[in-house]
Design a protein around this ligand. Structure first.
Ligand code: KG4
Ligand code: ZN
Length: 363
């Protein structure tokens, strides 16, 4: 059970095809031997979003090249692999099926165990890979498709404290950027524009702060930006660069405030008498203002703040290989009946979030 293993991870749940090799060392620091991520941005650019059929086909075409590249980067061959880990959900079903089929083929051919991994568990366990963070810890997962607070008690023990009831924050950044005429992906464009903007010029709402829980909502904030934009356009015929900057700054400030306050509330559910750690993962974790807000809350709560490097915050296969290594200690391998799951809540005890998984694409 507690031996060192070389694990091949595969990830294909959205628009990144990824393979990675991880040397998993139980109870100690694991090592990423290689990590290859082939994006599909160009394939979807003309459609304004990820097209599931195009994504699935691209995954099926790229997965074996990705595995070859990961082996070459690590200087290993197929015979060195001790186990195969694959994202088995949640995500776009065609992509997940491509990964699961590839993983089953490799597991059968190499006669090594197969582990189906929850993509969100991959993100959530990453701070253990990068920073050896001890259980329990609090995780805020903020990406283009997901937003939730989780308490992690073990490799397969997750408690969801709350999450978005509509849009994920990354999705809101992307939509607001589109509304105010900034480029995609919207997160970096808004962050850049916000630098020169006045966050106080427009009074945007801080949704759901009246509710004493950790649930979030970003859809009304997006509509508030739309209304102000329309008023400005009606009055002056268009938006100036300084209007764009002020709208971006006002929107970003609202997101920062909401995430900071909801994080304070999440800390109320932290078990007593143990060291506290707040971790963040997902593409939105790249935002410096959001990071600064979370760091401030961590300091207030006497918690350590951990944000893995961006390449490991966004979709990758090293997190999938590592999660399987962690879970091997507590659960049995899957077999060839492993199926792809478009929806797969991490916390099976909680009812589904209202509207969660609606977009189903990114995690
Ligand atoms: O985790 P990710 O790479 O993909 C998934 O959603 O799985 O996250 C992508 C999202 C996009 O919505 C993008 O706009 C957002 O992360 N993002 C940011 C920033 N960089 C990326 N949002 C806010 N500020 C940023 N600097
Ligand atoms: Zn993800």
């Amino acid at each position: 059970m507690s031996q060192v293993r070389i694990i091949l991870g595969l990830e294909s749940s959205c628009d990144d095809t990824a393979a990675a090799l991880v040397r998993h060392v139980p109870m100690s620091k694991s090592v990423i031997l290689s990590s290859v991520v082939l994006g599909q941005t160009d394939l979807h650019a003309a459609f304004g979003g990820v097209v599931p059929e195009i994504a699935a086909r691209a995954h099926a075409e790229k997965l074996d090249h990705c595995v070859e590249a990961a082996l070459a980067q690590a200087g290993l061959s197929l015979s060195d692999i001790d186990a195969i880990a694959v994202t088995a959900g949640p995500g776009l079903i065609g992509g997940v099926v491509s990964g699961v089929m590839c993983a089953k083929g490799l597991s059968l051919a190499l006669d090594v165990p197969l582990y189906g991994v929850n993509h969100l568990a991959g993100h959530a366990l990453t701070p253990r890979l990068t920073d050896n963070v001890a259980f329990p810890f609090l995780m805020l997962l903020v990406s283009g498709g997901h937003c939730q607070y989780l308490m992690l008690y073990g490799p397969d023990e997750f408690s969801r404290l709350g999450g978005t009831i509509d849009d994920a924050p990354g999705e809101a950044f992307d939509k607001v950027a589109r509304l105010i005429g900034l480029s995609q992906p919207g997160g970096p464009a808004i962050e850049h524009a916000a630098h020169s903007g006045d966050p106080a010029r427009f009074a945007f709402p801080r949704p759901l702060l009246d509710r004493d829980d950790c649930d979030l909502s970003f859809s009304g904030l997006k509509t508030a930006v739309l209304r102000v934009r329309d008023t400005l356009i009606a009055a002056q015929g268009g938006l100036t660069a300084s209007d764009q900057a002020d709208l971006a700054a006002g929107f970003q400030a609202a997101v920062v405030d909401v995430l900071a306050e909801k994080t304070r509330r999440a800390f109320r559910q932290y078990p007593q008498g143990v060291p506290r750690t707040l971790c963040v993962a997902g593409g939105v974790a790249a935002n410096q203002a959001i990071r600064a807000g979370l760091e401030t809350v961590s300091a207030e709560m006497e918690a350590t703040f951990v944000a893995p490097p961006l390449a490991l915050c966004t979709d990758n296969a090293a997190m999938i290989a590592f999660a399987a290594g962690e879970q091997m200690q507590t659960r049995a391998a899957d077999d060839l009946t492993l199926s792809a799951r478009p929806r797969w809540p991490l916390d099976q005890q909680q009812p589904s979030m209202l509207g969660s998984g609606k977009k189903g694409a990114k995690a």
